[in-house]
Design a protein around this ligand. Structure first.
Ligand SMILES: O=C(O)CCC(=O)C(=O)O
Ligand SMILES: [Fe+2]
Length: 502
């Protein structure tokens, strides 16, 4: 369990997804360097490059934009997980005479089944929390924004297969149905020979899922494993002709419309936090934005953009307070990140990875400057060599509703000497185009990350009792490179410096 769990999940941070892009790049580079040994297979190298949509010389920013899009991220992970090993085996035959170590090294970095499952769950989470239409998602439309990318035929089938394995037959049938409306993008004989033709297995899976789903609807008390076996048996004996004839029935627009109605009925109503993630809470009207220049000498010299977010409990933002140069330095550091999990360990079950994080412990002038800025902006008292937490999110990464105070189970070794976490300070340090809001469901507050902004709020009442209204979560990132810097402010050092609010 430890081994599986502590391994980096490629999809749970943009750093991980960039590494994945690098794996593909290394594979391509080592193939190109062996091009003279490829002989007849030189054509296949070009076929491979066109099948991955490879573009030479992407800049760092272009790569970040690429992996920030969940469609690209999923496609990337799927094709490296499932297709790259097949290409490797294919090319290896011919390069066999030469040195294979670089190619073999690349294959060792291929994402595991658990990575694949995490990526699927990321897509699933985005779909559910934001109520996206599967057809839109498949076409690269995210919350009404059309991106220049889409899920491929093989991606759609992989989503269906994963749902099937997870016993979510209804979802499997939905994905299979969308795949059945598509065709293989690259149907060159050579390519199909290497990667396999997924069409027949897809049709079998689609018919099987519909049969199983129909059985579940008509006999809900029958154990799912029994129904699955029935489905498997039914399809195991179906001939290609029988399958084709069922498929042509299913392609009839009237029948398809009926199937669609059944698959998509019974819409679930959104939870309050989902409404928050979608940005649909009613706006508060008694709040103001201003330049803040009165709190202390620092602000008098350099007024900052200040925005009230909530008056009770108090919550506010400063804008433009983390500079691009600092963000570049932050993202450029080689963090030794570890997994953050969405839940406590429960046997051997694979836990959702929330994001990747590390503690910024090494002394640095940048860190000191940022800490001093927090002191100046908030009036809290803490030493400027305090460590900060750096967090990076990935494909559909999120953080479940929680409290920052220690009675919620957080490890805070300092709590006896410094007191509980009175306040939390978050700097948004990445470009998040869609999703990834910080939501406070108890008070219906949604804060969308804006690069360079800082948000802070109180977790405790004046007398130190936990304030349950501080409950918060991070919504799944839809499209973005979400980085944050976090500082938790301990209570006791504020005792004499921080005025009580009442
Ligand atoms: O990144 C955010 O918006 C909040 C993160 C958070 O809640 C935490 O780290 O405790
Ligand atoms: Fe938190």
């Amino acid at each position: 369990v430890d081994d599986i769990e502590e391994k980096e999940r490629y999809s749970s941070s943009t750093v991980g997804l960039l590494k994945l892009l690098k794996v593909e790049q290394e594979f391509i580079d080592s193939l190109i360097s062996k091009a003279d040994q490829l002989g007849d297979k030189f054509v296949s190298l070009r076929l491979y490059l066109s099948s991955v949509g490879y573009e030479l010389n992407r800049s760092y920013n272009e790569r970040v934009v690429y992996v920030s899009n969940p469609i690209n991220a999923f496609s990337l992970l799927r094709r490296i997980h499932k297709d790259l090993p097949k290409w490797h085996a294919f090319f290896k035959e011919d390069i066999g005479k030469g040195d294979l170590s670089t190619l073999d090294d690349v294959v060792k970095k291929v994402p595991s089944d658990v990575d694949m499952l995490s990526a699927v769950r990321g897509i699933q989470r985005i779909e559910r929390v934001y109520d996206l239409k599967l057809d839109d998602l498949a076409q690269g439309v995210l919350q009404g924004v059309q991106y220049n990318t889409k899920l491929t035929y093989r991606d759609l089938i992989a989503m269906g297969d994963s749902m099937y394995q997870q016993r979510d037959i209804q979802a499997a049938a939905k994905w299979y149905r969308i795949a059945c409306k598509r065709e293989l993008e690259n149907s060159e004989e050579l390519l199909v020979g290497i990667l396999g033709d997924p069409s027949e297995p897809l049709h079998r899976q689609y018919v099987k899922s519909l049969f199983i789903y129909a059985s579940i609807l008509s006999e809900p008390s029958k154990p799912i494993e029994e129904v699955l076996i029935m489905g498997e048996n039914l399809l195991a004996h179906a001939s290609l002709e029988e399958l084709d004839s069922i498929m042509s029935d299913l392609n009839d627009p009237r029948i398809d419309a009926e199937v669609e109605k059944v698959l998509y009925r019974a819409k679930r109503s959104p939870s309050n936090f989902e409404i928050g993630c979608r940005g649909l809470y009613r706006r508060k009207t008694n709040l103001e934005c201003r330049y803040k220049s009165t709190a202390n000498a620092f602000l008098r010299l350099a007024p900052l953009k200040f925005e009230e977010i909530s008056l009770d409990p108090f919550m506010a933002m400063y804008h433009g307070v983390l500079y691009d140069s600092e963000i570049r330095a932050l993202k450029g550091q080689s963090w030794n990140m570890v997994n953050g999990y969405a839940s406590e360990r429960n046997g051997t079950e694979i836990r959702d990875t929330v994001a990747r994080y590390d503690w910024w412990t090494a002394a640095s002038l940048t860190r000191e400057r940022i800490n001093q800025r927090i002191v100046d902006m908030t009036g809290f008292n803490f030493p400027s060599d305090e460590k900060l937490q750096v967090t990076n999110y990935g494909l559909g990464s999120y953080f479940q509703p929680h409290f920052d105070y220690s009675s919620d189970g957080f490890e805070t070794p300092d709590v006896t000497t410094l007191g509980d976490r009175l306040a939390s300070v978050i700097f948004y340090a990445g470009e998040v185009r869609q999703g990834g809001a910080t939501v406070f469901p108890e008070i219906n507050v949604t804060v969308f990350p804006q690069k360079g902004s800082m948000l802070y709020w109180f977790n405790l009442h004046d007398d130190g009792r936990p304030d349950i209204r501080s409950q918060h979560l991070v919504c799944p990132v839809v499209n973005g490179d979400r980085w944050t810097l976090t500082m938790w402010i301990p209570m006791f050092p504020q005792m004499f410096g921080y005025p009580c609010k009442s």
